[in-house]
Design a protein around this ligand. Structure first.
Ligand code: ATP
Ligand code: MG
Length: 378
């Protein structure tokens, strides 16, 4: 079950369904930003088999981590916490020092979760691996404050959707673990392999109400607890936010969950450069848009006294996605302002305008094909 609902210490797992979408970069920079705002933050590398978070922080892999913790009984999680070069930021390495820790059994996973809950901090940011399997999903279910990172690419959005589908299903499985009738029903759904035979969560809820109306009501109430937040990474323009809105609509129609957008992060070459220099990018690009976006996301989390609930001022915008769009418009306007001020500015350029229109048209085509794919795969 969800363990971290309404507790002061916040565990925030970061997942995405797909590899290479920026989960680790965002986890590292977000954690650093939160520590800069005075919050004691622990960054945990839980991408077992692919741990690389230490390199993003420029830390050598000489310290024991989660791999040592699960392969022997000699460590407590608190002993794994390493200080970093930055005040308030601490780090727990993954499994770089250990060869193949093998399959994570239920008891090993439970030990890791218990270890994380024993840590004393304001925020614990947990970097997870790619993929949509139940192991990653189980770690994501440590709390109801998880972040989903996706890029605007069709495959990335589709994988984020698959991840969320498995997440909701797994949540229901665990919520009804002691109810034999509902467990048997969910097992049957899981076994269904016929193309087009898979039920949506919305269908499942209807079925559960049919089996046992009280359980059905409970399931509906449970789902309201799930409040995953989306971070749209490597975006190029406003139109990318529309893609994420497609994902939001699908989640509400098929998964009965309300997906909110926590913010966007622009595609920026300096992020790539920061990987090579092994330093979080928010340090060397204080005025960059991506830096501001990371600080904004961290502020949204810190300022929400009951995260993952977000205080949205719905008088000014319809929902968190519209807010993300407004924020981005402002960012782009600020960027344009800077460009116009620069002495090399060439003013109005018809070739540039045509190029922009061409890019926008291809974006719209991509958007249409993504929305089509999402509705086929619902
Ligand atoms: N906003 C961005 N702008 C430009 N490049 C980015 C941005 N975010 C991430 N990247 C690049 O994407 C690559 C992958 O990032 P990262 O390692 O954080 O992904 P990941 O989702 O953690 O991958 P994995 O699943 O393999 O752990 C990095 O090389 C990084 O430089
Ligand atoms: Mg990663």
């Amino acid at each position: 079950m969800i363990l971290n609902e309404n507790v002061d210490r916040k565990i925030i797992p970061v997942a995405g369904g797909k590899g290479g979408v920026g989960k680790s970069v965002i986890a590292a920079n977000l954690a650093l930003s939160m520590s800069m705002f005075g919050k004691k933050t622990i960054l945990v590398d839980l991408d077992l088999g692919g741990s690389n978070l230490h390199t993003l922080l420029g830390i050598r892999n000489i310290n024991p981590g989660i791999g040592n913790y699960v392969s022997g009984r000699n460590y407590s999680v608190n002993e794994l916490i390493c200080p970093t070069d930055w005040e308030n930021l601490y780090f727990i390495p993954g499994d770089v020092l250990v060869y193949g820790i093998g399959e994570l059994t239920k008891s090993v996973k439970a030990r890791i979760v218990k270890g994380l809950l024993d840590i004393d901090a304001d925020y614990i940011i947990v970097d997870l691996g790619g993929g949509t399997n139940f192991t990653v999903v189980d770690f994501f279910l440590i709390s109801n404050s998880g972040l989903i990172v996706t890029t605007p690419q069709t495959t990335s959005i589709m994988n984020a959707y698959s991840f969320l589908k498995n997440y909701v299903f797994r949540f229901l499985q665990r919520a009804f673990a002691t109810d034999r009738e509902i467990t048997a029903y969910l097992k049957k759904v899981l076994k269904e392999r016929r193309p087009g035979g898979r039920k949506t969560v919305t269908d499942m809820i209807t079925d559960i109400i049919g089996i046992d109306p009280v359980a059905g009501e409970k399931a509906e109430a449970f789902l309201e607890v799930l409040q995953p937040k989306l971070i749209l990474n490597m975006i190029h323009g406003i139109e990318d936010v529309s893609l994420a809105e497609g994902l939001r609509d699908l989640c509400s129609q098929n998964l009965s969950i309300n997906l909110e957008c926590l913010g966007t992060v622009m595609n920026d070459e300096m992020v790539n450069r920061s990987i090579n220099s092994q330093r979080p990018f928010i340090l060397d690009n204080e005025d960059g848009i991506a830096t501001e976006e990371i600080h904004r996301i961290s502020q949204k989390i810190i300022q929400s006294s009951n995260f993952p609930e977000m205080p949205l001022e719905l008088d000014y915008y319809a929902d968190s996605f519209e807010l993300a769009q407004i924020e981005m418009e402002n960012d782009l306007a600020a960027l344009q302002g800077v460009e116009e001020e620069s002495p090399e500015s060439e003013g109005y350029d018809i070739d540039k305008l045509l190029e922009l229109i061409r890019i926008q048209q291809s974006k719209i085509q991509e958007l249409q094909s993504t929305l089509k794919m999402l509705s086929i795969n619902g």
